[in-house]
Design a binder for this molecule. Structure first.
Ligand SMILES: [Zn+2]
Length: 255
């Protein structure tokens, strides 16, 4: 599991900063002057259109041909995803500078399409990263899973403004807590009731934009209360990479 967590930890801010500092060849001017653009962001010199130029290890962000997110087709209402969570999962929620992320303790699993995967972490983007027929939603949650061999499967759950959703209370409490907050989430309870989905091969949506990620985005959004969305947006808003070209890929509706 250490290998898997190393891959996923690339999403976290301190690791990215450490990597960049290592590339700065003796300069310490990361936050000023010419190297200022090296820190990735969602606007300004570190904005998504520049990610591939910020560091050698981010080049895939520009040169990759299987990048995420993408614009998905309008909902098809096809077969439901076969998914089973393992009940309440303990972990810690913290703000990594780009999102608020709940990182699960070791041992959490989710069975997806009959395969038992490690549930590693869940985080959010506001608004959504994936769009459907060109339209985004208020937010999107990424439930990051890893297989035994370290391959990532991300379950994407779109969110719209509506009724208060108690399954998200614990994660959102972490968004307003500041420092790390121990808590518990229940993956299956956070999924929509209807489980039709779209799936395709893509990438991390943050630098280093590593490919080989299997995406499964559920078609039905969950609802979040206005207060819940406000709490998320108070932590981060606009932390969404624009959609990327589909290229030669196809979007499917079965595993
Ligand atoms: Zn994400």
């Amino acid at each position: 599991m250490r290998t898997n967590r190393t891959v996923v930890s690339l999403l976290t801010f301190p690791v990215v900063l450490a990597t960049l500092a290592g590339c700065a060849a003796g300069t310490t001017h990361q936050a000023s002057g010419h190297d200022a653009g090296a820190a990735w962001a969602y606007e300004g010199p570190g904005a998504p259109e520049h990610w591939g130029d910020l560091a050698d290890e981010y080049r895939t962000c520009t040169t990759g041909e299987q990048q995420s997110p993408i614009d998905l087709p309008a909902p098809q209402g096809g077969a439901a995803l076969d998914v089973d969570g393992s009940g309440p999962v303990r972990g810690v929620t913290a703000d990594n500078g780009h999102t608020v992320q709940f990182t699960a303790d070791d041992g959490a699993t989710t069975v997806v399409g009959g395969a038992e995967l490690d549930f590693v972490q869940v985080h959010f983007h506001a608004g959504s990263e994936h769009t459907r027929a060109g339209r985004d939603t208020a937010a999107e949650f990424h439930f990051v899973h890893a297989s035994e061999s370290g391959e990532l499967t991300v379950l994407g759950v779109l969110a719209e403004r509506g009724a208060h959703n108690p399954a998200y209370d614990d994660l959102i409490a972490g968004a307003t807590a500041g420092a790390g907050r121990a808590g518990t989430v229940d993956v299956e309870a956070m999924l929509p009731a209807k489980r039709a989905f779209a799936t395709y091969q893509g990438s991390l949506t943050t630098p280093p934009c590593t490919e080989g990620v299997r995406w499964i985005v559920l078609e039905q959004p969950v609802e979040l209360g206005a207060d819940q969305l406000a709490d998320l947006e108070a932590a981060h808003v606009g932390n969404a990479r624009p959609v990327q070209p589909l290229g030669d890929r196809t979007v499917q509706h079965a595993l």
